[in-house]
Design a protein around this ligand. Structure first.
Ligand code: NDP
Length: 280
């Protein structure tokens, strides 16, 4: 489902905090490729203000919005319609206004991860036994996408086990999707794809993960990026992972999916990715 918009294009990313968001730079970088003039703002809204701030933005002529922490659940709830990905995840990172004023929620996080893995890193996900750490909003978004992309089994482990069970139940594929307890991580054996979708790195708490999880030639991926991913990437490399990536590529790819929804054209993500990567 594609909803195209006409000029003038006003976009924003909503979050709290939001000042350091890379989204404006990413979207401006994409827009330049097509000679599109874009207004793209950051809007800091507290959870209590979020719904009113979104309505005000779209009433004032906004055409599309990105949504980040802590508003992804609220963004999905306040929309009038939801894409399949937003429905499955229960969260949205993109809001688009239809010509009649109704808001549509999308979630491009899962597609962003899969695109980063398969296009940028040339990974064939088919047949992998994957471990997903975390069962929050981002984990929900990526779980379905990993399964759609062909991972053979998905084991979900969350600090709060009920949330992992709820996600597995929602997916409803008991032959492929399993949950295990966080305390059992040392007994699970090894995986050839490990995706960290916890916010431990961002929150600064860190994860204590056993090396035994890292299979020979495993691929490891942290949805967090930059400093927040350093510990996980170091753990994966120490455990013998073939590759350990942070989530900067996913960030750029989820933005590209949003850009394509809004502008009907898929940008070349590589120059934007490389310029952000070059800055560390
Ligand atoms: P949520 O708050 O929805 O979920 C947080 C998850 O992390 C929960 O599963 C939580 O477990 C777990 N967690 C938090 N602290 C710890 C800890 N100390 N030990 C173990 N588990 C912990 O956040 P999101 O799902 O929205 O985001 C998760 C991560 O993904 C963040 O780092 C975010 O920046 C990143 N992200 C990156 C994107 C990208 O484009 N690269 C896109 C979206 C997200 P519990 O349920 O027990 O609380």
């Amino acid at each position: 489902q594609e909803h195209r918009v006409s000029q003038p294009s006003q976009f924003a990313v909503f979050g709290h905090p939001i000042a350091h968001s890379l989204s404006p730079r990413i979207h401006q970088g994409f827009a330049q490729q097509f000679g599109i003039t874009l207004e793209y703002r950051t809007i800091d809204a507290t959870p209590g203000d979020f719904a009113d701030a979104v309505r005000a933005f779209f009433i004032a002529g906004g055409t599309g919005a990105n949504v980040t922490l802590p508003h992804k659940g609220a963004a999905s709830s306040l929309a009038d319609e939801r894409s399949e990905a937003a429905t499955r995840a229960g969260t949205a990172n993109v809001l688009t206004r239809l010509p009649d004023g109704r808001l549509v929620a999308h979630n491009t996080d899962g597609a962003g991860l899969v695109r980063d893995l398969t296009e940028r890193h040339r990974v064939d996900l088919r047949g992998h036994d994957a471990l997903l750490l975390g069962a929050g909003g981002a984990a929900r978004a990526v779980a379905w996408s990993l399964l759609d992309a062909g991972v053979q089994t998905l084991t979900i482990v969350n600090r709060t086990p009920e949330t992992a069970d709820a996600l597995a139940d929602a997916i409803g594929e008991p032959a492929r999707v399993h949950t295990r307890y966080w305390d059992d991580l040392a007994n699970l054996g090894s995986y050839d794809l490990i995706v960290n979708a916890t916010s431990a790195g961002v929150l600064g708490g860190g994860l204590k993960l056993p090396m035994s999880l890292v299979g020979a030639r495993a691929l490891c991926y942290d949805l967090a990026y930059g400093a927040a991913a350093i510990d996980f990437v170091a753990w994966a490399k120490a455990g013998g992972a073939r590759y350990a990536w942070d989530g900067l590529g996913m960030l750029v790819e989820q933005a590209a999916e949003a850009f394509a929804l809004w502008h009907g054209r898929h940008p070349d993500t590589e120059p934007v990715y490389q310029s952000l990567r070059a800055e560390g």
